[in-house]
Design a protein around this ligand. Sequence first.
Ligand code: GCW
Length: 669
Amino acid sequence: NADDGYRLWLKYDLIRDAAKRTTYAQSAQFIALTGNSPILQTAANELQTGLQGLLGKTIPIIANAGNRTGGIVLTLRNTPDAGAGTLNDEGYQIEQRSNIQISAKTDRGVLYGVFALLRYVQTGQSLHRITLTSNPKVRYRLLNHWDNTNGTIERGYAGESLWKWFELPATVDSRYRDYARANASLGINGTVVNNVNASARFMTDEYIEKVAALANVFRNYGIRLYLSIYFPAPKTIGGLKTADPLEPEVKKWWADKTKAIYKAIPDFGGFLVKANSEGEPGPQDYGRTHADGANMLAEALAPYDGVVMWRAFVYKADPKADRFKAAYEEFVPLDGKFNKKVIIQVKNGPIDFQPREPFSPIFGNMPQTPLSMEFQITQEYMGFATHTVFEAPLFKECLDSDTFVKGKGSTVAKVVDGSLHGYNVTAMAGVANTGSDRNWTGNPMAQANWYAFGRLAWDHTLSAEAIAREWVTMSLTSEPKSVQTIINMLLKSRDIYVAYNTPLGLSRPWTGAHFAPEPWQNRSSRPDWTAIYYHRADSAGLGFDRTTTGSNALAQYRPEVQQQWNNVETCPLPYLLWFHHVPWTKKLTNGRTLWDELCVHFYSGADSVRWMQQQWVQVKPAVDPAIFADVAGRLSTQYKEAIWWRDAWVLYLQPFARQPIPAPFKKPD
Ligand code: GCW
């Protein structure tokens, strides 16, 4: 009866403690569903399914509680009475009086309340006098799939695409529903099903029909479907001579196309766009701006409830420029020029999903334009599906960073949730790590990253530890000591990865596949796609000078932020080489030289993977044997690869540094 990980955090295994089961069952004698909609029906069914597993009983679904007590009542509360007043459109309230009331303004809110209640039971919390109100802090909470028409996934490490384009629309895999359930359980309410490096085929009738079949499944779980678009589609599939966004015929083409999409998918969410970025075409090809392009699409969406998510991931192939500065330089001057349906989607860091980056300086600097956070859940730069790296600490580090744009406490999270500048629409997107692998994410531990993204998109104030605790308890084990061991391991895993991979603010020691260490790489199709462009190792030192003596990228931040990072004597070590070219023998704040400190990180980082292996062995009796073996195997590969990273860096850098490897580390493995 081995667990293959398919059920994710929705396992609903029978609660072993019979007394506990009875207590829960006393407050769950029936499920009363007042109101009628497919999503409410989903909510009742999900509650029934969950409780069936956890309590070992079929709880009847009834139409009305009448005078009955001891049940769970799902209600829509459209009236602005005291309770409903504190709820936003998707929020929910759970309260136990004579029944447990789960109420919300919309059916989606009720669904989220149901999953919250189930989470309470799954994590063993008491429902007695439960009173809980929760509202999502951002409105659009999306996964972005980088999935292609041929079934491959850009930067996907868990098999093929979940979407079987060749079978759709006639054959609808039951897995699509399971995908929707998992997302809805986290509060994710949208999904972009295709790659931002988009194929124009998604705009053809053939594909609109296929994606509409997916949307039909997602709809019952409150999930709206979005599409990435190929900007020159009016030319490539529309037969027009141009895709210039200011040309009337181009505008008309998009308006007609949008109409056709809404005909097939009435709740279509909108468009995601990568334009004039990494060779993708865009409005600049016609001398137009990002705003011209985005606004043209927004106008096409004007009759509908849809938005444009326009990505700010842009930089030029210029070896002399600093890529760090590029997105800010192109987008900040456009603040105030975007249609109100446009959201600018910004990666968390200024370069590209590195294991540790400072926050993007765009956050806080476009007060008139809603900015969406783009995190990468898939581990493009974090060991693919092999290395165990829990990303909640990375997400939190960025969200909690202070931009200081309106004084102390102007965190990135407050920019994104709209509270700082009063954005009318707010969004967070996560580049998905799911695929056709039976356990969805390849590495079972990577399920935690999907989970963490969803939970933080709902509520960015949750701590990484609380998220880890929920996930471990629901997905792996509820045995308290093992839960704690796994949480410790997860919470340290990202710093461990950074230590052997890109310590002290190093970045991008890869080219191409972004897998193997290639810090020596100085040749590429683009001058800024070499490793040396980023780390700048030479006989004088290491790191990218972004102070006034260098690219001065720091000037894009507020003075308070500059002060944290602009002085090599005081810059926190995790960010040191992001901003400074540091001499090899320079004494750092902790008294070690740069070279010695690097070695400490590389060596102790690799050793810490061994520590993770030891931790994992300790939980063996408490977790499913199949999952145990799977993770154990991946950890042993991770250990080998950590040593590989360590040695690649040390041996590459040593001829520049001309320093011995510090004594404690010399011993061969
Ligand atoms: O991280 C880089 C990836 C590309 C990706 C690009 C982007 C989808 O290496 O594979 O393309 O970012 O975010 O657009």
